[in-house]
Write a protein that binds this ligand. Sequence first.
Ligand code: CP
Ligand code: NVA
Length: 307
Amino acid sequence: GGPSAPRHFLEIMDFDAATLRRMLDLGARAKRGEVTGRPLAGKTVALIFEKPSTRTRVSFEVGIRQLGGDVVVLSSRDMQLGRGETPKDTARVLSRYVDAVMLRTDDVRKIRELAEHATIPVINGLTDVSHPCQIMADVMTFEEHRGPIAGQVVAWTGDGNNVAQSFIQAAARFDFTLRIATPPELAPPPALIEWARGQGARIELTNDPAAAVKGARCVVTDAWVSMSDEKEGRAPQRHNLLAPYQLNAALLAKAAPDAIVMHCLPAHRGEEITDEVMDGPQSVVFDEAENRLHAQKGVLLWALAGG
Ligand code: CP
Ligand code: NVA
C-alpha cells in the first residue's frame, strides 16, 4: 500500500522477520515497564467477537487501557454484521468511529474483506485458519525461557488447526524447525506447507507423535475440537483420531529433558493434555497466557503508535 496504508496485523506470513521482531521488542519493552506515557491516548479500538474468548478479550481490553487507549467490546450477535451486513460496509462505517478493529471470526474471508475496506488497522484475533497474536506470545514465551528460538526444534502434536497453521508461518519467519504430528486426516493444508518450505522453513510432517517430539525443546498441543469445528458435529470422530496424540508424561519424556510445554488454552484436561503435564514443572502455559497481554501491546504500538 501507499504511505497511508493502515498497518493491519492479519497473518504472520505478511511480515518480514525484522518487523515481527520489532513488534516483539516493543512488547518486551512494555512488559519491562519501559513504555511510558499514554501512547494510545485518544485512540479507540473496537474488539469484535463472533466466537467466545477469555484471553483475547481480556488481554486486548486491559492492554489497550494500560496504553492509555479506549475500547469498545462487541459481540457480532449484537451487530448488524451478525445478520448479514457485509464486512465491507462494516469496515467503512467503523473506520469513521474508531482507530482500529480487532476481529475474531470463524471465516478468514470476513477479516480479509474487513481489512481490504478499512482505512484503519485490522488485527486478527483468531480465524478458522490462523491465530497470529497467539503465536507472537508463544515466541516471546519460548525466548524468555530458553533463549533465541532460531535453530531450535518445536514439536506440535494433535490437530493441524488454526494455531498450528500460524506456527507454520512463524517457523518460516523466526527460523525454527517445526515438527508436526497429526492424523493423516487432520494434517495442515499442503499449500501452506509448500509456501513455508518455499520460504526456506524446516517443516517436518509425521503421523507419529513420538517421532515429532524426540529431542524437541518445546512441545505444543491444542484442542481436539476447535470452535470452527463445532458446527461439523464430528467431535467423536476427532476424539478417536486424536487420542494417540495426547500430550502426556510418556510422550513428553521423549522430548529434550529441558523441553517446555505450551498450549494456547483453553485446555481440555484429560483430552489433548493431561493434568500431570499441564501442571507439571515443564509447563509454561500460564506465562504463555500472560504474554498475550505483552505481545499484543507490541502489535498495538506498531499498528497505532508508529512503533
Ligand atoms: N488462547 C486464546 O485465544 O484464548 P481465548 O479463546 O480465551 O481468547
Ligand atoms: N484452536 C482453538 C484455539 C482457541 C484459542 C480454537 O480455534 O477453538
